[in-house]
Write a protein that binds this ligand. Structure first.
Ligand SMILES: *Cc1c(COP(=O)(O)O)cnc(C)c1O
Length: 348
């Protein structure tokens, strides 16, 4: 594999002169700041935030044991997904490859941009079809691998990820939104080996901060500098950075949340497996379970009537009859199991 980033990015992006903000042209603080048309009156937030979120990036870099130069921070991982597609894919002529059933945003972001989406389905036990994938790369600029995968819950085999990284000359994006629950090191560790690797992480799941919108992309310095050039200048607000910094200071609380979720996941897996309406509980490395029911639509409706909302995934390939159930608090999980029990009693 010969990876040449400059050859891969779109010519208009290669040529792009980035917007130069007031904070790009004057760094640091003067005594009187009259260069950014901000309000001079103190509201707590009258000044623009740091365009490159240096303080937060330093902290995130520590967390992932990498260098801040390898990181991009954005408005959720969704911003990074959108940016990557815009950086690499010529509309109409070039596209992305995904392995359904998987996260829906890859397709939507490609559709908005007008690039095509090639699909190489996972096998029925949710493994990547490595050889068919590698034979389908004509015109493909980005391969999206989601691991652990949403909605199936399973982590990919590292040998498969490695084969795809080694043998494709496009960029491989590994979405680790659920990486905290997988009990393995992040693929961020592989950045030095693979210049074509991008790893996505988020504070939306295990960090419990879906509401602030903070996503992380880790990649080569060269690609990060391209992402910085293309992103909106002030894409992460100061309140977001402040809340994130505070949360990241308490890694212990994060670890506790993860441990409790894993404990509950094991309990739910067992409880559901033993349940009369359940045909199969797919093994999960994430904070949810994909569960095949005898009559999924009916179970979905009956749960909803009881105020319990799960996700109907039965329309996706290989997911016939499947509901995706997020692991809740112990109390929420108990209520769910009880509601399912009641359905059996009501039926007999
Ligand atoms: C939830 C989720 C995300 C998170 O996206 P954010 O924009 O960071 O909230 C990313 N990828 C997958 C596969 C997800 O399920």
């Amino acid at each position: 594999m010969m990876f040449d980033l400059q050859q891969q990015i779109r010519p208009n992006i290669r040529r792009l002169e980035p917007y130069s903000s007031a904070r790009d042209e004057f760094k640091g603080t003067g005594r009187i700041m009259l260069d950014a048309n901000e309000s001079p009156f103190d509201t707590g937030y009258n000044r623009y935030p740091d365009p490159f979120q240096q303080e937060l990036k330093d902290r995130v870099a520590e967390l992932f044991n990498t260098d801040p130069g390898h990181l991009f921070l954005g408005n959720g991982s969704d911003e990074a997904i959108d940016l990557l597609i815009r950086i690499f894919c010529e509309p109409y002529n070039e596209g992305i490859l995904i392995c359904p059933p998987t996260y829906g945003m890859y397709q939507v972001a490609a559709d908005v941009h007008g690039s095509f989406v090639r699909k190489v389905l996972l096998t029925s036990n949710f493994k990547v079809q490595v050889e068919p994938l590698l034979e389908s790369l004509k015109g493909i600029k980005l391969i999206f691998l989601c691991s652990p995968n949403n909605p199936t819950g399973n982590d990919m085999d590292p040998e498969d990820v490695e084969a795809i990284l080694e043998r494709s000359d496009g960029v491989v994006v590994i979405d680790e939104a659920y990486g905290d629950f997988a009990g393995r090191a992040s693929y961020i560790e592989w950045l030095d080996r693979y210049p074509n690797l991008v790893v996505l992480r988020t504070l939306s799941k295990a960090w419990g901060l879906a509401g602030i919108r903070l996503g992380v992309a880790a990649a080569s310095r060269e690609l990060i500098s391209v992402m910085n050039k293309v992103k909106p200048p002030y894409n992460v607000g100061r309140p977001v950075a402040e809340v994130a910094l505070k949360a990241l200071d308490d890694e212990e609380a994060h670890d506790k949340r993860v441990a409790r979720t894993l404990q509950e996941r094991a309990r739910m897996e067992k409880g559901l497996q033993e349940h009369g309406l359940v045909e199969k509980v797919h093994p999960s490395d994430a904070n949810f379970l994909l569960v095949r029911f005898k009559d999924a639509k009916k179970v979905y409706e009956e749960l909803r009537e009881k105020g319990i909302v799960v996700r109907d995934r039965s329309g996706l390939p290989h997911c016939e009859g499947c509901l995706r159930i997020t692991i809740g608090t112990p109390e929420e999980n108990r209520v769910l199991l009880k509601a399912l029990e009641a359905m059996i009693t009501e039926r007999t």
